[in-house]
Design a protein around this ligand. Structure first.
Ligand SMILES: [Zn+2]
Length: 261
C-alpha cells in the first residue's frame, strides 16, 4: 500500500505536466534524460519501475536541487527539504545541528548545503522514492499525459536509430520487440480503465457480455518506436484495437467515468 501524504504532490504533478507540454523550452534538460544515446539505457521490457517512474525521478530530483540553490541565497537555516522530510516522518539530522557541528570546516553556505545533502543521501532517497510513488499514483490515471510522455520517448528512440545497437530487445528494423505483457500490467491497466474500452466504453468485464474480450494495446505502437511499458498500455475492445492498428497513429481518450451521475 502507498501511504500517501500529498505533500507538494500536486505541485510536482503540475511541473511534470508542464515539462511535457513545453518540451521545446525544456530541450536541454530533457536531452540529459533521453538524448545523446541515453534512450538506449532506458530500454527494458515492462520494468516495475517504469519508464515514467524514471522520468519522475529525473525531474523531481532536479526540482529538489534547484530549490536548494534558491534557498542558499537567503542564508536561511531551515531548508525546504527538511519540511518535506518532517512531513514524511523521515528521521534526519536538522540543517541547524549539522551547521553547528561542521561550520568551522566549510565557510560557504552552498558547500554546507551540498555536504548536508550528501550526508542525507539515504533519507533523501527515501523522500524522493516516496514522492515519485505519489506523483505516479495520480498521473497514471491521466492517459493523455502518458501518451504525451510516450510520444516523447518514442521520438527520441526514432531519432537515435537503434539499428546499430546490439540488443536482444530490438528488431532488425530498430524497433522494440513485442514483450510479453505480465499479469500485473494487465491488472493495473484493467483497473485503471475500469474494464472498459477506453475509446468506445464497451464493457469488457465478461459479466454483461461474454463476447467482448479485453485487448491490451500499446498507446504508441511498437512500429512507431513505442515502449513495452505499463504507462504505454491501455484497454481496448477488439474492434477499436483493429481500427487503431489500421490507422497507426497513437490514440487514447481523456473521457473518464464520473464517480457518480
Ligand atoms: Zn472499443
Amino acid at each position: 500500500m502507498l501511504n500517501a501524504k500529498f505533500y507538494e504532490t500536486y505541485y510536482f504533478c503540475n511541473v511534470i505536466k508542464n515539462t511535457l507540454q513545453n518540451q521545446f523550452s525544456m530541450a536541454r534538460a530533457l536531452d540529459e534524460f533521453h538524448g545523446s544515446g541515453n534512450v538506449a539505457y532506458l530500454i527494458e521490457t515492462f520494468p516495475k519501475i517504469s519508464l515514467f517512474h524514471k522520468y519522475l525521478y529525473f525531474v523531481i530530483d532536479r526540482i529538489y536541487y534547484e530549490n536548494l540553490n534558491e534557498l542558499s541565497e537567503n542564508k536561511s537555516k531551515h531548508l525546504p527539504i527538511e519540511w518535506a522530510l518532517n512531513f514524511h516522518s523521515i528521521p534526519h539530522i536538522s540543517f541547524q545541528s549539522y551547521i553547528e557541528k561542521n561550520e568551522s570546516k566549510t565557510e560557504h553556505n552552498d558547500d554546507l548545503i551540498y555536504n548536508y545533502m550528501e550526508h542525507l543521501s539515504e533519507e533523501y532517497d527515501q523522500l524522493l522514492t516516496h514522492t515519485v510513488e505519489e506523483v505516479f499514483y495520480i498521473l497514471f490515471q491521466n492517459r493523455d499525459l502518458l501518451m504525451e510522455f510516450n510520444l516523447m520517448v518514442s521520438g527520441a528512440l526514432e531519432r537515435e536509430g537503434l539499428k546499430k545497437v546490439d540488443n536482444d530487445l530490438i528488431t532488425k528494423r530498430g524497433r522494440l520487440k513485442r514483450g510479453h505483457i505480465p499479469q500485473w500490467v494487465k491488472r493495473a491497466v484493467y483497473f485503471r480503465d475500469r474494464g472498459q474500452c477506453v475509446l468506445c466504453n464497451k464493457d469488457l468485464s465478461g459479466i454483461v457480455n461474454i463476447d467482448n474480450k479485453e485487448n491490451y494495446d500499446h498507446i504508441v505502437a511498437l512500429a512507431q518506436y513505442g515502449f513495452n511499458d505499463v504507462t504505454n498500455i491501455q484497454l481496448l475492445c477488439k474492434e477499436c484495437n483493429q481500427n487503431e492498428k489500421k490507422a497507426g497513429e497513437a490514440v487514447t481518450s481523456n473521457s473518464y467515468q464520473k464517480w457518480y451521475k
